[in-house]
Design a protein around this ligand. Structure first.
Ligand code: ZN
Length: 250
């Protein structure tokens, strides 16, 4: 892990502009709330927030990503407007070691579906249900400092079946008031990079101000951070000269 983890927070940023009820909950945008909360977590520095409409690169230039150890991703209504070239760029950076934390409705983002290779669909319901997220991997760095479970009073429900590949590590399972369950905290390795999916975070609920959620996301940023001095390479070289001499075969 680098000394200070450099975090870039990406947000689609459309709901906050078009829906007053969302702007009321997130007056500085979901990215603004996450930046304020995560910059208070130990070992992290928020280097940038970026949004879809910021510029033609959605604020994710090569220069920005090169200086990013972890990228967080929130999107919902405009996944299809994210340029394929930017998705390719983020994908390459993940394989080369950049961490990626995909939040809530980011399950349907182009980048998450590309990294997973599955449909990434799920069940959902908006009924302000109570959610209890059970820690099923105690001792994992992502749940450091948290108890047996986290509770959120009002959430949008996401239910199984969640169409993802089996996580390399399953950290959290949610129970919802209405009876559904969901794999809410999932880790994967992709190339040299780490990917974490975290379920909570609907735009009309103040979830990204919750102190346990911020602590968990801070932990996740430190866990997923691009490893210092990584030698991971996407190259595919022909090593015609072997390390040890190979006796001539007859
Ligand atoms: Zn939602």
């Amino acid at each position: 892990m680098p000394k200070t983890v450099r975090v870039t927070i990406w947000n689609e940023g459309r709901h906050e502009k078009s829906h007053p009820e969302v702007a009321k909950v997130y007056p500085k945008g979901i990215h603004g709330a996450l930046a304020a909360g995560l910059s208070k977590q130990p070992g992290l520095t928020v280097v940038k927030t970026a949004t879809l409409d910021e510029d033609e690169e959605h604020g994710l230039s090569e220069k920005v990503l090169a200086k990013t150890d972890v990228l967080t991703w929130w999107g919902h209504m405009a996944h299809h407007e994210v340029a394929d070239a930017i998705v390719e760029r983020v994908h390459k950076h993940v394989l080369e070691g950049m961490g990626l934390i995909v939040l809530h409705s980011g399950h349907y983002s182009k980048i998450f579906r590309k990294l997973m290779g599955t449909g990434c669909g799920l069940k959902w319901r908006e009924a302000a249900e109570q959610e209890r997220l059970w820690v099923v991997r105690p001792g994992h760095p992502i749940v450091e400092g948290l108890g047996e479970y986290l509770e959120l009073p009002h959430t949008e429900m996401y239910g199984e079946f969640f169409d993802i590949p089996q996580p390399d590590e399953l950290i959290l399972i949610s129970w919802f008031e209405g009876g559904d369950v969901f794999r809410s905290g999932c880790c994967w390795n992709r190339g040299g990079g780490k990917v974490f999916y975290f379920r909570p975070g609907h735009e009309t609920f103040p979830i990204y101000y919750d102190k346990n959620v911020l602590r968990l996301l801070g932990n996740a940023c430190r866990w997923a951070a691009r490893p210092a001095g990584s030698s991971y390479s996407l190259a595919c070289p022909n090593v015609a000269v072997p390390l040890n001499p190979i006796p001539k075969k007859k």
